[in-house]
Design a binder for this molecule. Structure first.
Ligand code: EPZ
Length: 421
């Protein structure tokens, strides 16, 4: 039998909990570590499946990888013996494996990577990544599920690159490739997400010269070599948001530690609009609720807008809000699969294209549901925590990819949740 989470709903979450390191920063930093001659010590890594998979890919590529999950730390030594080809099955399983393309192409002037998989939330093309690498002088060949990129003349050359769409992945991949290119690169209309900034900071700690990360123009002066460093991953914005929403959804009172409150502003603003209380400390956020949430409109946008990754979790709360809410998903066209699962629990939802309408009901009722992707999984857990009776959440492999010990954390706050199977 495949594993399931069994949740007895209706318990208020109360207490203190800590956020882990950011998944979406870690999954860029681990491939980037292969660009260094020397040892990179990466701290505050989340204990998730994606990190384990990337460590395995780095190892298969020839790096010495010493992972200590208990201390949330890995040492990666890619000084020598690194292959530029991640063509194996493991790379195909995870979306972030495409970051090896930028990292290896930047360092060695050539790379071959299996085309990525990942969450099924829309088409998720990688045309912008490839366009950026072509602009840097790479010849790109797509065949038999592989992307092969080769720098003309053996080394990439700096260029001005305009991204038609604000893309986290393309900004990160191009930044890595350009870090070791000859000359200067400018990325215009770059993504400003905290994990884009974190990757730039990591590369700079290895000796790269990157300015402007966190704005929409990133300037990179290429260097010939990168060296090892010690670096701690930033706290996870999306895990923090998930815990904030879970606290509010259960009318609880939770303080989340090890967070960067500034990264949470769009979420905090929405929760306040819904009638939830939020109090920020220097590196803590306390969230508590004492009333039924008010209806709101959510529009997902690139950072600093409301993150698409929290659209699904917050939608769970909207199912029981006073009045009818609207959710506009501007980033991924197919990120509404969780709503059908909410309907099994008694929610009233309808979808037309990128817009969902959620009519608040008095309460949700427990039901067997399945996660269709990572954040849908988190959303279903939150729905289960709010619902009357028992909810069974299946397809946990999605949740394990990106949340570290989520059920233990929720249990420590008073949730009745356990894994079976
Ligand atoms: C990253 O995905 C995150 N993944 C996603 O997190 C997150 O939802 C997303 O950014 C948006 O914030 C990682 O960091 C590993 P994008 P990414 O490129 O990089 C279009 C999670 O749950 N686009 O910013 O794939 C694309 O279709 C996940 O943790 C192109 O058209 O997202 C989308 O509409 C899932 N061509 C928009 O850009 C391209 O070449 C933004 O996507 C690339 C993207």
């Amino acid at each position: 039998m495949s594993e399931k989470l069994i949740i007895s709903g209706g318990k208020r979450l109360v207490g203190h909990v800590s956020a882990c390191g950011a998944k979406n920063a870690a999954v860029a930093i681990l491939p980037a570590a292969l660009m260094a001659e020397g040892v990179c010590t990466i701290e505050n890594l989340p204990d998730i499946l994606d990190v384990k998979l990337l460590n395995a890919i780095s190892h298969e590529l020839g790096a010495k990888v010493d992972y200590d999950s208990e201390n949330a730390c890995v040492k990666v030594d890619a000084t020598e013996g690194i292959s530029h080809e991640a063509t194996f099955e493991m790379a195909r399983k995870m979306r972030a494996s495409y970051y090896y393309l930028g990292a290896l192409l930047g360092r060695f002037g050539k790379a071959a990577i299996a085309l990525p998989g990942g969450c099924s939330i829309g088409q998720r093309p990688i045309d912008l990544h490839l366009k950026g690498m072509s602009a840097l002088g790479a010849e790109i060949e797509l065949s038999e599920g592989l992307v092969k990129a080769t720098a003309k003349g053996g080394r990439l050359k700096g260029a001005e690159i305009y991204l038609d769409t604000v893309s986290v992945g393309a900004s990160i991949n191009i930044m890595m490739a350009a870090a070791m290119a000859e000359g200067n690169t400018t990325i215009i209309n770059a993504a400003k997400e905290p994990h884009v900034v974190d990757l730039a900071n990591f590369l700079n700690s290895m000796g790269a010269r990157i300015k402007g990360a966190g704005t929409d123009v990133i300037r990179i002066r290429g260097v010939e070599k990168l060296h090892g460093c010690t670096y701690a991953v930033i706290p996870d914005q999306i895990e923090t948001g998930t815990l904030m929403i879970a606290a509010a959804a259960t009318m609880g009172d939770v303080t989340i530690h090890n967070v960067i409150p500034m990264h949470m502003e769009s979420v905090t603003a929405k929760l306040l609009e819904m009638g939830v209380h939020v109090e920020e400390g220097p590196d803590t956020i306390r969230v508590w609720a004492d009333r039924r949430p008010r209806r709101v409109t959510i529009k997902t946008l690139p950072y600093p807008g409301f993150p698409t990754d929290l659209q699904q979790p917050i939608s769970a709360m909207l199912c029981v809000a006073e009045g009818t809410s609207m959710v506009v998903e501007n980033i991924f066209e197919d990120r509404f699969k969780h709503l059908g699962m909410f309907e099994r629990m008694g929610a009233k939802c309808s979808v037309s294209g990128r817009v969902a309408v959620i009519e608040g009901v008095d309460h949700l009722k427990g039901a067997p549901v399945e996660a269709s992707d990572l954040r849908a999984g988190a959303a279903l857990i939150i729905a289960g925590l709010m619902a009357q009776g028992e909810t069974q959440v299946g397809e946990l492999r999605h949740i394990d990819r990106g949340y570290a010990h989520l059920e233990e954390k929720l249990r420590s706050l008073g949730a009745e949740i356990h894994r079976v199977g």
